[in-house]
Design a protein. Structure first.
Length: 362
């Protein structure tokens, strides 16, 4: 588990936490009673989200699912809030399916990364995901919208709600912010249609069993799937050369990242034989400007690594970066052991939505 919540911090922020929890509970209650409006599209909507703070592998999982849906013949578009970019109060098209046309500073790192990874999938960002989804349908001619980090965005009805759970943390101590990792009460799991446990292969089975045990205690019948986080190789930043995961084995490396779970990234490198002699950790979604680049340069000068390694997500936030050591971005992909069962569930829900476009959706 990577997050700790000190007792002194919980005590200091308890009043604020009580207000936050009360607000979340009230908001969910109003949605359940129909007091807050839910907007419905006439095309299928699939949501990928989590109940905790970031770090469940949403971006590689959304990339995986979008690619599979595109392969099945759907015209897919991703609707995202665009964390890390300028707040977009009106829809901004990041990609029409031919690659990103805006920067990470404007749209956020994850939407730009998805636009790069999915050249045939549209990407739209907006604080109002319903508006982003309508833009994807009307301007990009999407016939299916995939909500990135959509579990808490209840203004848009969805035909399938997928809840990602990080194997290393699961639901932490079961408490809401600021004393725990939960964005909502644990009981809100009931809103999801299926859970996907993500992480390294060695931790998945035990974590999945603990999730199933929790579901039994809550008397909830939900499918649980596994998604293995796999290091799929590296891309050299100055040449775009792609190399295999084993190609950097035995090399002395400096690793830097600005992601929610830096330990997972560093662990993946060590698992593939990379010798980490120094690490730098920035805030999640932090723009890597001149000050951060200078910090990286000083660390390289100090430790003199054979290579410098970062993440794909950090790569899209970097400007030009020239160092005395070659710089690589680690490529992470998701692998589902029960891919057939998972895609069967997805296909079934989408087919139902196609047959009944005006039917009841949550």
């Amino acid at each position: 588990m990577e997050r700790e919540f000190p007792a002194w911090l919980c005590a200091l922020l308890y009043p604020a936490g009580l207000v936050y929890r009360s607000g979340v509970v009230l908001r969910n209650r109003l949605y359940r009673r129909g007091a807050l409006p839910i907007h419905r599209l006439d095309i299928p909507v699939v949501s990928v989200g989590n109940l905790t703070l970031g770090g469940t592998g949403k971006t590689p999982f959304v990339a995986y699912l979008a690619a599979r849906l595109r392969e099945s013949g759907r015209r897919v578009a991703v609707a995202s809030r665009g964390y890390g970019g300028f707040p977009q109060h009106s829809p901004l098209v990041v990609s029409d399916g031919s690659g990103p046309v805006v920067s990470a500073r404007e749209a956020g790192d994850e939407p730009v990364l998805l636009a790069q990874a999915l050249p045939s999938v549209g990407v739209v960002v907006c604080r109002d995901r319903a508006a982003a989804a309508r833009t994807a349908r009307d301007k990009l001619r999407a016939d299916l919208v995939l909500l990135d980090d959509g579990f808490q965005h209840r203004r848009l009805a969805r035909d399938l709600d997928l809840l990602l759970v990080a194997a290393g943390e699961r639901f932490g101590n079961g408490r809401m912010l600021p004393c725990g990792p939960l964005r909502e009460p644990l009981g809100e799991i009931e809103r999801c249609d299926a859970l996907v446990v993500t992480g390294a292969v060695e931790e998945l089975s035990q974590a999945a069993e603990q999730v199933r045990r929790l579901l039994r205690q809550m008397k909830l019948d939900r499918a649980v799937f596994l998604a293995q986080r796999r290091l799929d190789g590296f891309v050299r930043l100055d040449t775009d050369e792609r190399v295999e995961p084993e190609s950097l084995k035995g090399m002395r490396a400096l690793a830097f990242c600005g992601i929610a779970r830096p330990l997972s990234f560093e662990s993946d490198l060590r698992t593939h034989g990379v010798e980490l002699i120094d690490t730098l950790r920035f805030r999640d979604h932090q723009i890597l400007g001149a000050a951060e680049v200078e910090t990286i340069r000083k660390a390289v000068s100090r430790s003199r690594p054979d290579v410098v390694i970062t993440t794909e997500k950090d790569r899209v936030r970097l400007g030009s970066l020239r160092l005395t050591s070659p710089v690589y971005a680690a490529r992470v992909r998701m692998l589902l052991p029960d891919e057939e069962g998972f895609l069967s569930l997805v296909t079934k829900r989408i087919s139902e939505a196609d047959r009944h476009p005006a039917g009841p959706r949550r």
